[in-house]
Design a protein around this ligand. Structure first.
Ligand code: FAD
Length: 175
């Protein structure tokens, strides 16, 4: 897991788990904190999910976990960003005090409940440095875009051009 340098990773416990497997606070591998490739590597053979055997060929691993299996850190992240940006897209241009308060509560609780604890702690850190801005849709969407870019930078992914946020998440591309 990129960007998990401050967390407890298998790298620090090479006898038990392969590189990249992030441990949960219970000391067991955390599936929603770990990429499917690293998760699969820990078995060194087919990953057995109940009665199903999942192929761990390079192609299967690269495409992530099967749709009916628990999500890895990437599948969970992709779905979560979709939800968060979609919430921003439907947030009012002129929210009431109640709507602002609800959104602040939501992001605060979200940052505590997110299943990938490494991600959650980093996101809490980001929120402490950059307070969520909820005064309008535009404000919140740009704050969220910067938050997402903070994770992108940490993971070595390209940054997204936040001036294109509206087209990506609300109106669709002009073509
Ligand atoms: P994603 O980053 O999931 O993005 C989905 C789509 O959003 C992209 O295809 C693009 O169209 C669009 N997009 C990209 N950047 C932006 C932006 N700035 N603003 C608007 N739209 C954008 N993974 C880890 O390995 N370690 C972590 O510490 C970690 N922390 C996370 C914290 C949070 C709060 C969340 C929600 C996820 C976190 N993830 C983390 C998962 C990670 O961010 C990605 O979701 C995952 O790696 C899959 O990436 P992806 O390339 O499919 O695109």
């Amino acid at each position: 897991l990129s960007g998990a340098s401050e967390s407890t990773t298998a790298d620090q416990q090479p006898k038990k788990f392969p590189k990249g497997v992030v441990l949960g606070k219970d000391g067991k591998p955390c599936r929603s904190c770990t990429s499917f490739a690293s998760w699969a590597a820990q078995t060194k053979k087919d990953v057995s999910t109940g009665s199903r055997a999942v192929s761990t060929t390079a192609t299967a691993v690269a495409s992530g976990p099967p749709a009916d299996c628990p999500p890895d850190v990437e599948t969970l992240g992709r779905s979560t960003w979709t939800l968060l940006h979609s919430i921003a897209a439907s947030y009012p241009e002129l929210p009431s005090q109640g709507q602002k308060s609800d959104l602040l509560s939501f992001v605060g609780l979200f940052s505590k409940l997110y299943p990938c604890w490494v991600c959650a702690e980093d996101f809490q850190g980001y929120m402490a440095r950059q307070k969520p801005q909820v005064n309008s849709r535009d404000e919140f969407s740009q704050w969220l875009c910067r938050a997402h870019n903070d994770v992108n930078r940490k993971l070595g992914k390209p940054e997204f051009d936040c001036s294109k946020w509206d087209e990506r998440w609300r109106t669709g591309w002009k073509d």
